[in-house]
Design a protein around this ligand. Structure first.
Ligand code: HEC
Length: 131
């Protein structure tokens, strides 16, 4: 009897460990940025009010008010949306943030149609740097 409980426990732990590995792998899945974008510098002057309006309208539902990835839609996502207050996030170039924000992948939506003005995306890049 005792050994059955022990095996069940062991199995639970093994599944838990496997699952957390799978999840952490997802979290760090590399997202290559084409060279053309990588080197871009933010060309627009920061307009914080405009940027905040865009963030609230398009991005906050998943990424949260302060970029912590804790918006109301976060729980429904297959991949975590990340924590924008970390050094790993901040180290990225303007162009990398622009590319990921505009083009997207998987659960991160594509905004080429929803935000057709590239300058708006650049405003969001400024905004995300402040988290
Ligand atoms: C429906 C939920 C959702 C919305 C809305 C959303 N995102 Fe995302 N975003 C994600 C997810 C999920 C990821 C992680 C994608 C991945 O790694 O495959 C992500 C990743 C990102 C990244 C890359 C993060 C990193 O660590 O490199 C940036 C930049 C980003 N989003 C910006 C934005 C901006 C700007 C907006 C608004 C215009 C926005 N997102 C709207 C879900 C969302």
């Amino acid at each position: 009897m005792k050994s059955k409980i022990f095996s069940a426990l062991l199995l639970t732990v093994a599944v838990g460990v496997a699952l957390s590995f799978a999840l952490s792998e997802q979290q760090t899945k590399p997202w290559p940025v084409p060279e053309k974008y990588q080197k871009m510098k933010n060309p627009v002057k920061y307009d914080k009010t405009a940027a905040a309006t865009l963030w609230t309208k398009h991005c906050k539902s998943c990424h949260g008010k302060a970029g912590k990835g804790d918006g109301p839609k976060a729980a429904q996502l297959d991949t975590p949306s990340g924590d924008f207050t970390t050094q790993t996030f901040k180290k990225q170039s303007d162009g990398a943030l622009f590319y990921k924000s505009w083009i997207g992948r998987d659960d991160m939506p594509n905004y080429e149609k929803k935000i057709p003005d590239e300058d708006d995306i650049w405003q969001l890049v400024h905004y995300m740097r402040e988290f």
